[in-house]
Design a protein around this ligand. Structure first.
Ligand SMILES: [Fe+2]
Length: 277
């Protein structure tokens, strides 16, 4: 099962509990929660950020279903220093708060003949986050893929999506707090998708890569590319924290149930937080 964007706080914790009740009732092999686990750690102080993390960890511990996570932009601690007033020397600054609570922010495991790879797709430039998979992870990914059989399919999961069209619906904005683009090292890139996606896909071409799961957009989204007879689906989960309105479209809150059989992943089935299965 693929869920994301729980954005937990005391006000929204009931929605994470509803997710748990639904997921555990469906008895899946495991759950992926693809980031934006907490309400926010970017622009708040230590006490508020850790209160959300502690709340999330308490809820996570109550899942019967094994759950795997990757960090979202809201897990990155304190980088908006004009608001957080956190020093860069703080031991939990940036991605370290996520690692402190949840362990490695990239890793892999194999289930049902499919290799699952979680990556941290949130990079930081000064006070801003942007979609990017760093060179350390890319080097690790190449080594990781070299260890699995050549025909084994790979499913990736990240918070900021590898590919998304949501900016086309949202429209361009250069206003804070989440402008559409960022200039890093002299190059201007879209920041709500993985800006070095071609580098990531170049590494993943070493193995079949049928499915790339993402989050961040707060909308169920399914995109498919077929190149040279090789198909990759890019699929974003809806947000657990609530439905999302983009113009005339209302995207319901929920998660996606996938079935893996013989190394093949089905189309997935949406389960609404309000409606249930
Ligand atoms: Fe996000």
């Amino acid at each position: 099962m693929h869920a994301s964007d729980t954005h937990i706080s005391p006000a929204s914790a009931a929605r994470t509990r509803r997710l748990r009740a639904l997921v555990d009732s469906l008895r899946p092999a495991f759950l992926l929660i693809a980031g934006d686990l907490v309400r926010d750690a970017l622009r708040v102080g230590e006490a508020e950020a850790t209160s959300y993390y502690e709340l999330f960890m308490g809820e996570l511990a109550q899942f019967v279903t094994p759950a795997w996570t990757v960090p979202g932009n809201h897990e990155i601690f304190g980088i908006e220093q004009d608001k957080s007033h956190v020093e860069a020397t703080h031991p939990l600054f940036g991605r370290k708060m996520y690692q402190h609570y949840l362990g490695p922010d990239y890793y892999s495991f194999t289930y049902g003949g499919v290799h699952f790879v979680g990556l941290n797709s949130v990079d930081v430039d000064g006070p801003s986050y942007y979609g990017h998979v760093d060179s350390l992870q890319l080097a690790w990914l190449a080594r990781d893929l070299a260890r699995i059989p050549a025909t084994m399919p790979v499913v990736t999961f990240t918070h900021i999506p590898l590919v998304s069209t949501i900016e086309g619906l949202n429209g361009y904005t250069d206003a804070p707090p989440a402008p559409s683009v960022i200039t890093v090292g002299g190059t201007t890139v879209f920041r709500h998708v993985v800006s070095n996606v071609t580098e990531v896909l170049a590494v993943l071409r070493a193995r079949p890569h049928p499915l790339a799961l993402g989050a961040h957009v707060h909308a169920g989204e399914k995109i498919s590319y077929e190149v040279g007879g090789v198909r990759t689906r890019f699929e974003q989960s809806a947000a657990v924290v609530g439905p999302s309105e983009i113009g005339p479209l209302t995207f319901p809150s929920g998660f996606t149930v996938y079935t893996v059989r013989g190394g093949v992943i089905d189309e997935g089935r949406f389960v609404g937080i309000e409606t249930g299965p």
